[in-house]
Design a protein around this ligand. Sequence first.
Ligand code: BG6
Length: 477
Amino acid sequence: MTFRKDFLWGGATAANQLEGGWQDGGKGIACPDICTGGSHTKSRRITPVLEEGIFYPSHEAIDFYHRYKEDIALFAEMGFKVFRFSIAWTRIFPTGEEETPNEEGLRFYDQVIDECLKYNIEPLITISHYETPFALTQKYNGWASRKMIALFTKYCETIFKRYKGKVKYWLTFNEINSAVAPIGGFLGQGILNEGSQDFMKQADIPQLRFQGLHHQFVASAKAVKLAHEIDPTYRVGCMQLFATMYPLTCHPKDVIACQEKSHLMNWFCGDVQVRGSYPNYMKRYFEKNNIHLEIEKEDLEILKEGCVDFYTFSYYMSGCMTANKDQLAAEGNILGGVTNPHLKASDWGWQIDPEGLRYTLNEIYDRYQIPLMIVENGLGAYDKIEADGTIDDTYRIDYLRQHIEQMHEAVKDGVDLLGYTPWGCIDLVSASTGEMAKRYGFIYVEKYDDGSGDFSRRKKKSFDWYKQVIASNGEKL
Ligand code: BG6
């Protein structure tokens, strides 16, 4: 009734938020490289032509590209069993369309993987984490085009063959379901419609997003099949942004509104990737929203043949749904829901709900009955270096402790949980705001939103705390 012996404790990151070295080693430009910094109150801007004197946080990020040895040694010191990172597609195929891969890019990940293995840290690799090659946006409008399927498959084949024997766990698309909302169009799919400058309010064409999702489903299924052919020991998972929703009241209309929202936001993409077919409830949604998918004959067969081996998700917060349209319009938060009066929120307004994690784990496992992994969870917060150089992030320890306690409850409930990789185990650039000030790490990085900072690393209080959590397999919290 406790965490499995081989439980994968670790941490999670993504290339564009971590690596920097945006033009080193032959890397091409990825979509995040044209996004400026922003803040909680000021949206990032998407600038296809880079502007002089403007700070683009992904260009240097936290310089993992040059400091990965130091960082992985710190992860090893905490006792990590797994390290989740993503491969930048643009390091391997700089424009996405080269005939042959970029050897220097492949070599970089050889080194990162070898460094992990040196410490017995299992690499968990996201193949595409919010970083479509920008050249593919310019040429095809990203995943709106079916052309992307073949290009992605080629990229997958290249890395599956290259890292065979060293890697076991792969994830196809990070938070694939972000694209059911307008913000996921550019972020997750590299779709950039005319008039999209404001990262938070993009010019949105739902037809393109849902067609893009269909292309991503087919590409993901093909990747799963290919991975198993190349190495039958490979395990390939999906990755969902899980935005747990509660009805605001027990009024049946609120309950139905919540079910509809959850279907779309939380279940649709997972249902396709785990069960291998489109769920019936989406037919009604497509009809109502005038969305017509172009599905080729072989696609439905491919979806069936490419079901994922395990299910992973991010969990930061929960929200409430109401059938009251006025309240929704007035309050509409990042998830499209309304505030839960029983919960407190982070400084960025994300409502903190540890018990929701237990509920969510049960809901997902009841539905799919395949192993689960929480590959993102954590508290984005302002951290302060004290006069003596220490960083007391007790609030982060509290957040993580409460979530791990609820994971434990879910395991007792019978959920098969493989592992846990808190987000931003080392401070990195925020995906939504482009800030460094929104920190998640056990390790502080001296890099700031005006571009200053020398990248030096220092341990926060949570570093030693997490070390003891791992050493005790989640018993000492
Ligand atoms: C997830 C993403 O949405 O949440 C990460 O997969 C992201 O890339 C993380 O960084 C936290 O969000 P944010 O906006 O605080 O960085």
